[in-house]
Design a protein around this ligand. Sequence first.
Ligand SMILES: Nc1ncnc2c1ncn2[C@@H]1O[C@H](COP(=O)(O)OP(=O)(O)OP(=O)(O)O)[C@@H](O)[C@H]1O
Ligand SMILES: [Mg+2]
Length: 335
Amino acid sequence: MIDEPVGGRAASEGNGGVLLEAEGLARHYASRGPWGAERITAAVEDVSLRILRGETLALVGESGCGKSTTARLLMGLEPPTSGTVRYRGRDLGSMSRTELLEFRRRVQLVFQDPFGSLNPRMTVGGMLGEVLSVHALAAGEERGRRITELLGLVGLGPEAAERYPHEFSGGQRQRIGIARALAVEPDVIVADEPVSALDVSIQAQVLNLLADLQERLGLSYLFIAHDLAVVRQVADRVAVMYAGRIVEASDADTLYHQPLHPYTRSLLAAVPRPRPPSEKPRATELREGADPPKRATGCAYFGRCRHPARDEECSLALPLLEERSPGRWVRCIKT
Ligand SMILES: Nc1ncnc2c1ncn2[C@@H]1O[C@H](COP(=O)(O)OP(=O)(O)OP(=O)(O)O)[C@@H](O)[C@H]1O
Ligand SMILES: [Mg+2]
């Protein structure tokens, strides 16, 4: 069963503001178990979402819930087991070579670890220049001017062009990663945990930069994060994933003020608060981060659910993702 796409009102009114869209995406991986038997991991199951022009959709959930796999599918970096991805209404699977090249340029990835994604033997200017020439975007004097402009956009001076990645701090390297993504004039940036590797004080600066660039350049973001605290500053809408599926999605304000799904509630409860050193973490907090127990039927969250109304009914059938009020989706039969 394919759920309705998780999209804003504008999307469902069909005003053409949808840039990137996934419908019923699934991705299964086959592996061999200890006795040689084939095991199937459903990394992503039945994920539908829409990214509108100029908005930030945050995709949040714990490690292993399928966020990066969803990102790779949306970017066409691997084929889905089932489901479709559309960019500006065109199915990736039926795009011509030219259309695919245009898609690869317009939808850019920003990684968690900027250092791992930058060539250590190339100066920043060399790297940006290479991107510009590969895409035939600027040559000669124009190239140098554009490199300075890109560095300026991310808050770096022109002298950065002469330096190598190791000469920069983590936050500066992430700025370079963003400049590289911007070099090809994208309209969607998929940012996979772009600030998770940075100090908290630096995180806010990079988040501010992303928000500023969005406003100046009209970018759309799919912003992936582990925890809800990080995305609060940037998200217009939030989709919460658990064990490969979206379990709740709505506009950010509603989600933060009135979370419905028990998993979303536990994520909000886990947002760090100052705690006296003597006080022990509560049992509910200790439970977070445990591997989702694999279930053949019923709600995937059943084993960890703290909802007072949780009962056997929850373990019988997989709950559907239902639209409870306009733009507000939840996959739980007890809320
Ligand atoms: N290429 C692969 N082959 C086999 N299994 C994979 C592959 N990629 C991902 N998986 C599995 O799919 C599930 C989802 O992985 P994914 O990387 O999408 O999670 P994630 O939400 O991005 O996690 P994290 O927050 O740790 O980055 C995990 O169980 C993972 O082990
Ligand atoms: Mg990931």
